[in-house]
Design a protein around this ligand. Structure first.
Ligand code: MN3
Length: 256
């Protein structure tokens, strides 16, 4: 019973770092993460990692207002703990995952690739979404206008309908997560989405440059269960001109 309770609490603290009053649980979650992390053969401080050219360590942006600036809507203590503890941990762990992956690559050792990709997705997405969260609030609030307001009306009928849908989606997220207003580039309209947790192997704010379909339908007739062989063959087929075209199209993009 005790073990189950602890597991549940850790799950809550890890996935929903914005939950209030869970600082002690957060510490437990961090400790649990440290416990289950695969061992490194060399202490991090002794690793001589040569980062990729132009590699930038992710940094937490300054909060664009004082801790108490959002009162009475969100209290100062909540903002402070959320920013300096929860969000900061995402940034720290995101950088750690990037570093571990650099190290794995330098050692040609993919043993823990699954673990570090999960860490990358969880912490990177947590960082990106928190950065958006802080910057999409302001003490003054405001109203949408111009082209954005027109698109809101085209997409939802009227502003109030969008806000109602956004609020409803946010309130009904199952477990920990986020309510999101997104721009959907195929239809060029705005849509409301829910994010449950945020680490399901995606990293928000990234642009897909190259994808490999690993659903069984993509390889089973020829390769049966040998997905690895299929993937090994796939890499010979990559259209790098198209990958480069996509890269050039998005390289100046700003997400935060
Ligand atoms: Mn949070």
């Amino acid at each position: 019973m005790e073990d189950m309770t602890r597991r549940e609490l850790l799950k809550t603290a890890g996935a929903g770092a914005s939950v209030l009053g869970l600082m002690n649980l957060y510490g437990m979650a961090q400790a649990a993460e440290a416990e289950k992390a695969p061992p490194m053969p060399i202490a991090p401080s002794k690793i001589n990692i040569v980062p990729p050219k132009e590699f930038l360590e992710c940094k937490q942006l300054s909060l664009p207002y004082a801790y108490n600036a959002l009162e009475p809507h969100i209290d100062a203590e909540t903002v402070e703990i959320h920013y300096i503890k929860h969000h900061a941990a995402y940034v720290r762990n995101f950088n750690s995952a990037l570093q571990r992956l650099d190290f794995a690559r330098s050692m040609n050792d993919m043993t823990f690739i699954k673990h570090w990709c999960k860490e990358l997705a969880f912490n990177g997405s947590g960082h990106v979404l928190h950065t958006l969260y802080w910057s999409n609030m302001s003490p003054q609030g405001g109203e949408p206008k111009g082209e954005l307001l027109n698109l809101i009306k085209e997409s939802f009928g009227k502003l109030e309908s969008m806000l109602d849908m956004f609020a409803s989606a946010s309130k009904t997220v199952e477990g920990s997560g986020w309510g999101v207003l997104t721009f959907e580039p195929c239809t060029k309209r705005l849509i409301v989405l829910q994010i449950e947790k945020h680490q399901d192997l995606s990293l928000f704010g990234t642009y897909p440059l190259l994808v490999c379909d690993v659903w069984e339908h993509a390889y089973y007739l020829k390769y049966r269960n040998a997905r690895g062989t299929y993937v090994d063959h796939f890499v010979n087929l990559i259209n790098w001109n198209e990958v480069e075209r996509r890269y050039n199209a998005v390289k100046q993009s700003v997400i935060m």
